[in-house]
Design a protein around this ligand. Structure first.
Ligand code: HEM
Length: 316
């Protein structure tokens, strides 16, 4: 490690992670309030101006999302510069800072493409669903890289997955979680574009073969979410956490509790027709669940730990 204060860097990295989650939630607010076209199809300018004059509410919402995400880009840039000063090449915190930069640039490009291709407002194009799913998957990669950066900076040892079934099990859990979240983003888009007046009407729409694809896909998100949640819980229970520090066991328990909360939150979203506060809470908890999953996988597989397979049945 080069000269500098790694504790301050770790605190900064956690703060950048928290700030990025805030920007993501603001992005969901842009979608659910239909403000994505608030700056017209202009990017990076807003309605052709650097600073919109006499803006409407939608313009204010979209513009504040652009300002806050621009600041997020600068903060991640700062993270990378600081990591390069503090750590030698190849050190995990520095590598994670570099990946954070890559993913936030992709995030900005996908956001810009949504605006420039006019995949905003009430545009129901299928391409919009693809972009939204990719946007959310990339968001998770960004949060994962920021989480690992902060965790390594705070003293987390390098991570190495043992080969074989163990690695496959971890990758499967990771991919499933990304797919669940991306399918949730399409569900949210369907709810925004084709709102139902009642639960019965919503269910009718879901089953109607003439409904838009986003609406017909809605039914799959809960199915995937329940299956994936069960899988993550089983995996966490099978990891032999007995020898791990209390903090690791706490992370595992918290992750399992968040899966349960997501099930409750998702059910409320269906029953109450997804009011804004539930949309935001459900997305926040999805991000928290992802961060906890990344932390759990990292702590269980840091090189301190024995490299033998950790998959062991939990004693009854
Ligand atoms: C592991 C559990 C779950 C995860 C990680 C998860 C994740 C997500 C994510 C990331 C979104 C997109 C939010 C947005 O872009 O604004 C979403 C939306 C949604 N989820 Fe889930 N979800 C889970 C469980 C469930 C369950 C069990 C249900 C139903 C019983 C459900 C119902 C919904 C609904 C209705 C939406 C759309 C809300 C809206 O209109 O904004 N979710 N979910």
């Amino acid at each position: 490690m080069k000269a500098g204060n790694p504790n301050k860097f770790a605190r900064y990295a956690w703060a950048v992670l928290g700030y990025n989650i805030f920007v993501i939630l603001l992005g969901a607010f842009v979608r659910s309030s239909g403000s994505g076209a608030g700056c017209g199809s202009h990017w990076p300018l807003c309605n052709g101006e650097v600073l919109p004059r006499a803006p409407e509410v939608a313009t204010l919402i979209e513009f504040s999302h652009r300002l806050t995400s621009g600041l997020a880009l600068l903060l991640v840039g700062g993270l990378l510069l600081w990591a390069r000063r503090l750590y030698a090449p190849g050190q995990p915190a520095r590598a994670a800072a570099k990946w954070s930069m890559v993913f936030i640039v992709v995030e900005a490009l996908v956001g810009a493409a949504l605006v420039l291709l006019q995949l905003v407002g009430d545009n129901p194009a299928l391409l919009r669903g693809v972009f939204i799913a990719v946007h959310l998957a990339n968001t998770l990669l960004l949060l994962g890289a920021l989480t690992l950066c902060a965790w390594h900076a705070a003293g987390g040892a390098p991570v190495q997955l043992p080969k074989g079934a163990e690695a496959a099990a971890v990758w499967l859990g990771t991919v499933l979680l990304v797919v669940v979240c991306s399918s949730g983003a399409i569900t949210a888009l369907g709810d925004t574009l084709f709102p139902a007046a009642s639960l019965a009407e919503g269910l009718q729409q879901d089953l109607d073969p003439s409904s838009h694809l986003f609406v017909r896909l809605r039914v799959w998100h809960p199915v995937l979410a329940i299956g994936t949640g069960v899988y993550l819980i089983v995996l966490a229970r099978m990891w032999d956490l007995n020898g791990e520090p209390a903090a690791v066991r706490r992370t595992a328990r918290t992750m399992m509790a968040v899966v349960g909360l997501q099930w409750v939150g998702g059910t409320l979203a269906v029953v109450l027709l997804a009011p804004l506060w539930i949309q935001i809470t459900h997305l926040l908890m999805a991000d928290v669940l992802w961060v906890l999953w990344v932390l759990l996988v990292a702590t269980v597989h840091s090189v301190r730990a024995p490299s033998v397979s950790r998959l062991q049945p939990v004693p009854a």
